[in-house]
Design a protein around this ligand. Structure first.
Ligand code: NAP
Length: 538
C-alpha cells in the first residue's frame, strides 16, 4: 500500500492523543491519529476491571481547554469510575468531531526518519503506511501491561484474566474460587470488589501496599452546577498547584505532608493520638518521612499498628505491613481495602514467606502450599513510561534505535518531550516529564499545547526539523535525577515502576520530574520564548 503524507501523525487516541489531534487540526495542519484499540479511550478503554476508578476528582481529572466540554459533561461522582471516563472521552471525540481523523484497530509497528525528506515513514499491523513531517507519540505512560514471568501460566485449566485487558462483556466471578496476583493501585481497587462477588478470594501479595481510605460519593446535580460555575477559579488553582490538582487527591495529600511536624520529634503519645484520630493516614502524615529513611521506618511501624486496629487476624494484619519505604511506590487510596481481609471468604498469602513456585492446571503453587482456583486475575502492573515506544521499531537519524538508546542509556529525554537523534518526534510525557508525579490530565494539556505551539513555530519560520541536543538531554536528566536525590525515592530499597525496577533488565532511573507542573511550565515556556535552546532547528 502506498503511504499517505500528513503534516503530523499522532500515535494513540487516549486522553493525550485526542487533545493533540484537536490542537493540531485547529492549527490548520493535516493530521491523523492512529490507535491500536477498537475505540478511543486508551488506558480508560482497556482497564475495565471491577473497581477501576481515578483517584483524582473528576472536575480536575478532565480537560480544561474547552469551556463548552466542561460545562456540558455531567460527572456523577466525586472521583470518576472507569465507565464514566470512557464515556467522557467518547463524548469529547464526538463533540470535537475527531473520529473522522482517527484510524482505529491500527497499531504502529515501525517508523523510520527520512533525513532527506525531513519526515517519518510509519508502518502498521494492517499494512497501512503513513508519512508525516512530525510524529507525536501519545502512546501513554501505563499502556503496556507487564505479564509476570510465572512458570506454568499457560497450563492453568481455569480462566486467566488480566486487569489491563479485562473482557468487554465482564466476567461472572460469582461463587468462584478466585486468586489475585498483585497489590498495587489496581489490585487494591479490585480486591474489595472481587471479595464481594467471589465465593472465595485468595490474595497473593509480594509487596504490601500503603493505602489510605477514601470516601467516593455521588455528585448531586446542584453541587456539580456550583462547581461548574466556579470553574475559572478551580482551573486557576489547579494551574498553580505543583501536582495539577488543588483539591484533595492522593498526590496533594503527599504534598500536604511536607508541611507537617516530624515524626522523629513526636512523643509516643502524639504518635498514638495521630492514629487514634486519623487511622492509617495519621501514621504517615509527618513532614520528615520523605527525606529521612529512619523517620520513614518509624511511620511504617506506626502504620502497622494502625492496620492491626482494623484487621482482626493478627497474622494477616502483620502480613499487610509494607517493608519498603512509604512514598517509593505510587500513593494509593482505597474503599475498604483492609476491612476486606476481615471477611470469611478472603485469605492473604504473603509471598514474602515463600514465593509463587508455579501456576499449575488447578491453581497456584507456592513454597508455602498449593491453592486450588477457578480464576486467576493478574494485576501485575506495566512496563511504564518507555514500554509503548520500545515496542515500536523506531529508527531515527543515522539508524539510531530508540529502544536501544533507552536500553543503553536508560530512560532519557530532553525536557521529557523529545530524544536526541529522533528529529520531529515529540513524546507526550516522556521520561523526565511531570507525568507520573502529577495529575496526568493537567500535565498532558501543558505538553499538547507546548508541542502544538512548537510545530506552528517551525511551520511559520520555515524550519523543516527540530532535534534535541545530546548535551541538553544529559543536563536535563542530571537535573531531574538531582531533584529526587535528597528524598527516600533515591533509597536503594525503593523499587517501583517509577524507576523501572519492576521490569527485569530495565535501566534504573527515577522517571518523573518532581519540581511540579508550574515550574516545569515556566521552564518550557522560557525555552520556547528564547528560540528553543537545547534544540537544533534546521
Ligand atoms: P503496580 O503498582 O506496578 O503493581 C503491580 C503489583 O503486582 C505489585 O504488587 C507487584 O509486586 C505485583 N507483581 C508483579 N509481578 C508479580 C509476580 N510475578 N508475582 C507476584 N506479584 C507480582 O501496578 P498497578 O497496580 O497496575 O498500578 C500501576 C499504576 O497505574 C499506578 O501506580 C497508578 O499510577 C496507575 N493506576 C491508578 C489507579 C487510580 O487512579 N486509582 C488505579 C490503577 C492504576 P511488587 O510491588 O513486589 O513488584
Amino acid at each position: 500500500m502506498s503511504a499517505v503524507r500528513y503534516d503530523a501523525l499522532v500515535i494513540g487516541a487516549g486522553f493525550s492523543g485526542l487533545y493533540m489531534l484537536h490542537r493540531l487540526r485547529e492549527l490548520g495542519l493535516s493530521v491523523i491519529a492512529v490507535e491500536a484499540g477498537e475505540n478511543v479511550g486508551g488506558t480508560w478503554l482497556f482497564n475495565r476491571y471491577p473497581g477501576a476508578r481515578c483517584d483524582i476528582e473528576s472536575i480536575e481529572y478532565s480537560y480544561s481547554f474547552s469551556e463548552e466540554i466542561q460545562q456540558e459533561w455531567v460527572w456523577t461522582e466525586t472521583m470518576p469510575a472507569q465507565p464514566e471516563i470512557e464515556a467522557y472521552l467518547n463524548f469529547v471525540a464526538d463533540k470535537l468531531d475527531l473520529r473522522r481523523d482517527i484510524r482505529l484497530n491500527t497499531r504502529v509497528t515501525a517508523m523510520a526518519f527520512d533525513a532527506d525528506e525531513a519526515c517519518w515513514h510509519l508502518d502498521t499491523d494492517t499494512g497501512a503506511r503513513f508519512t508525516a513531517s512530525h510524529v507525536v507519540a501519545a502512546s501513554g505512560i501505563l499502556s503496556v501491561p507487564l505479564e509476570p514471568d510465572v512458570p506454568g501460566m499457560d497450563s492453568f485449566d481455569g480462566a486467566s484474566l488480566f486487569t489491563a485487558c479485562w473482557p468487554k462483556a465482564g466476567f461472572d466471578l460469582a461463587g468462584k474460587r478466585v486468586g489475585v496476583i498483585g497489590t498495587g493501585s489496581t489490585g487494591v481497587q479490585l480486591i474489595p470488589v472481587v471479595a464481594r462477588e467471589a465465593g472465595q478470594l485468595t490474595v497473593f501479595q509480594r509487596s504490601a501496599a500503603y493505602t489510605l481510605p477514601w470516601d467516593v460519593r455521588p455528585l448531586p446535580a446542584a453541587e456539580l452546577d456550583d462547581l461548574k460555575a466556579a470553574y475559572p477559579a478551580i482551573r486557576a488553582a489547579q494551574r498553580e498547584h505543583p501536582v495539577g490538582a488543588a483539591r484533595l487527591s492522593a498526590f496533594s495529600l503527599l504534598l500536604d505532608m511536607l508541611a507537617r511536624p516530624p515524626i522523629k520529634s513526636a512523643t509516643r503519645e502524639e504518635q498514638l493520638r495521630a492514629i487514634d484520630e486519623h487511622g492509617v493516614m495519621g501514621a504517615l502524615n509527618w513532614g520528615d518521612v520523605f527525606f529521612d529513611i529512619e523517620a520513614n521506618r518509624m511511620a511504617a511501624k506506626l502504620y502497622g499498628e494502625a492496620i492491626a486496629r482494623i484487621v482482626k487476624d493478627p497474622v494477616t494484619a502483620a502480613a499487610l505491613v509494607p517493608t519498603h519505604p512509604f512514598g517509593c511506590k505510587r500513593p494509593i487510596i482505597d474503599q475498604g481495602y483492609y476491612e476486606t481481609f476481615n471477611r470469611d471468604n478472603v485469605t492473604l498469602v504473603d509471598l514474602r514467606s515463600g514465593p509463587i513456585r508455579a501456576v499449575t492446571p488447578t491453581g497456584i503453587s507456592t513454597e508455602q502450599g498449593d491453592h486450588d482456583l477457578d480464576v486467576i486475575i493478574y494485576a501485575t502492573g506495566f512496563d511504564a513510561m518507555t514500554g509503548a515506544l520500545s515496542r515500536i521499531d523506531i529508527t531515527g537519524r543515522d539508524g539510531a534505535s530508540l529502544r536501544q538508546v533507552w536500553q543503553d542509556e536508560g530512560p532519557t529525554s530532553y525536557l521529557g518531550l523529545a530524544v536526541a537523534g529522533f528529529p520531529n518526534l515529540f513524546i507526550v510525557q516522556a521520561p523526565g516529564s511531570p507525568s507520573a508525579a502529577t495529575n496526568f490530565v493537567a500535565a498532558l494539556e501543558q505538553h499538547v499545547e507546548w508541542i502544538g505551539d512548537c510545530i506552528a513555530h517551525l511551520r511559520d519560520q520555515g524550519h523543516r526539523t527540530i532535534e534535541a541536543s545530546p548535551e541538553a538531554q544529559r543536563e536535563w536528566i542530571e537535573h531531574t535525577t538531582s531533584l529526587v536525590e535528597p528524598t527516600v525515592l533515591a533509597h536503594p530499597s525503593c523499587n517501583s515502576w517509577y524507576n523501572g525496577a519492576n521490569v527485569p533488565g530495565k535501566k534504573r532511573r527515577y522517571m518523573a520530574y518532581t519540581a511540579g507542573i508550574p515550574e516545569y511550565r515556566r521552564r518550557c515556556d522560557e525555552i520556547a520564548a528564547t528560540g528553543y535552546p537545547g534544540f537544533e532547528l534546521a
